[in-house]
Write a protein that binds this ligand. Structure first.
Ligand SMILES: Cc1ncc(COP(=O)(O)O)c(C=O)c1O
Length: 386
């Protein structure tokens, strides 16, 4: 019998020795062997035994297995942050002379890696817009990796996963997707043909604004070189952070249901507000990518973006919110706002901002778990200052 997502996220590995209900924190740097022959499998991916916590640790393995189950992956590897996950995957999958085709609409840290770092190692980066991604086989036929996000930060634009995968297949390119904004509850990229799915677990997976981590999901074969790279680059989370993630996964599905419901209610309320020029939320019928979102998402998520008259108006809204916090973060229980031109996209030139359709008056909202009516009232009072 296949259990539901929450059942699987609650019941992970069991520790038979003392039978604790919560899986323990193995706060140890290393594990001793009974005999020197015990080191026979020290370099094996998927070794049954544990040797050194930079390679693997039981508290991490419990979480990895749960996450793999949630996203229908064979395997999952945990990382010390979302950025460590992304950069380690790229360094493991690409070498000098290879070409990566990527979307020009990306999280700022990922964009900085492709723009400032990948070329230093001889990796060619081709920046594509949505339509070019759908024809990546014709636009960049030499691409070894196709990398993208959907929904995209901060406008929540939705790209068709199916179309990107279909084009990439024609040239045998590896498809890697950041699934942070959706979470495995709202979107299952591997089931849609993506090869490797990456999360900043700092966001919804961690879900309490108290842990920095990353996760990479895919087949055992695809993850083997990434496991080797993680061992060498060393970007693995601490056992305590893995323990916090385990705690968080138990409530992931019910948290996402609340994020989804509140975000839709807030988006609808703000759509009707005279000071709001536009509301971008995949769950709204007015949203340009709504049909694609319906096709590939089972929930529309907790992220939305509104536009008011100007940067000054956006600042006035953010500075008058009483519940929501003005912070460059998302996916926690606290509702959070940020002005993209001042935070996540501050490194873009005015021309790049225009190309990415990011207006100075935009406010990105990560809808938290507070009572929905309190949030709507908070934004309505703050908008009077816009
Ligand atoms: C979509 C997305 N991917 C990756 C990251 C990087 O994650 P981390 O901050 O855990 O390194 C972020 C961080 O905000 C993000 O929003």
């Amino acid at each position: 019998m296949t259990h539901g997502k929450t059942t699987r996220a609650i019941h992970g590995m069991r520790e038979d020795h003392n039978r604790p209900v919560t899986y323990p924190v193995y706060q140890t740097a290393a594990f001793w062997v009974e005999s020197s022959d015990g080191f026979a499998h020290v370099n094996d991916y998927n070794a049954e035994e544990y040797f050194y916590s930079r390679y693997d640790n039981p508290t991490l393995r419990n979480v990895s297995q749960k996450l793999a189950g949630l996203e229908q992956a064979e395997e999952c590897l945990l990382f010390a942050s979302g950025m460590t996950a992304i950069t380690t995957v790229m360094m493991a999958c690409l070498r000098a002379g290879d070409t990566v085709a990527t979307s020009s609409a990306l999280y700022g840290g990922t964009l900085a890696f492709f723009r400032d770092w990948a070329p230093r190692y001889g990796i060619n980066v081709c920046w594509l817009d949505e339509d070019q991604l759908y024809q990546v086989d014709q636009v960049v036929p030499t691409a070894k990796v196709v990398y993208f996000e959907t929904p995209v930060n901060p406008r929540c634009d939705v790209l068709s996963i199916r179309r990107v995968v279909a084009a990439a297949r024609k040239i045998n390119a590896l498809v890697i997707k950041d699934n942070t904004f959706a979470s495995p509850i709202n979107q299952m990229p591997l089931a849609l043909g993506v090869d490797i799915s990456i999360h900043s677990a700092t966001k919804y997976l961690g879900g309490h604004s108290d842990v920095t981590a990353g996760a990479v999901m895919g087949s055992r074969e695809r993850l083997a070189p990434i496991f080797s790279a993680r061992k060498v680059f060393g970007g693995i989370p601490s056992p305590h952070d893995a323990f916090l993630l385990d705690r968080s996964l138990k409530t992931l599905e019910i948290r996402m249901a609340q994020h989804n419901g509140s975000a839709l209610a807030l988006a609808q309320a703000l759509e009707a507000h005279p000071k709001v020029k536009q509301v971008l939320y995949p769950g709204l019928e007015s949203f340009p990518g709504h049909a694609i979102a319906r096709e590939q998402m089972t929930g529309f998520g907790g992220m939305l973006c509104i536009e008011v008259a100007s940067l000054e108006a956006a600042k006035a809204v953010c500075d008058h919110l009483q519940i929501a916090l003005n912070v460059a973060h998302l996916g926690g229980p606290e509702t959070m706002v940020s002005i993209p031109v001042l935070t996540s996209h501050s490194m873009l030139t005015p021309e790049q901002l225009q190309q990415a359709r990011i207006a100075p008056g935009m406010v990105r909202i990560s809808v938290g778990l507070e009572n929905t009516e309190d949030l709507i009232a908070d934004f309505q009072q703050a908008l009077t200052y816009a």
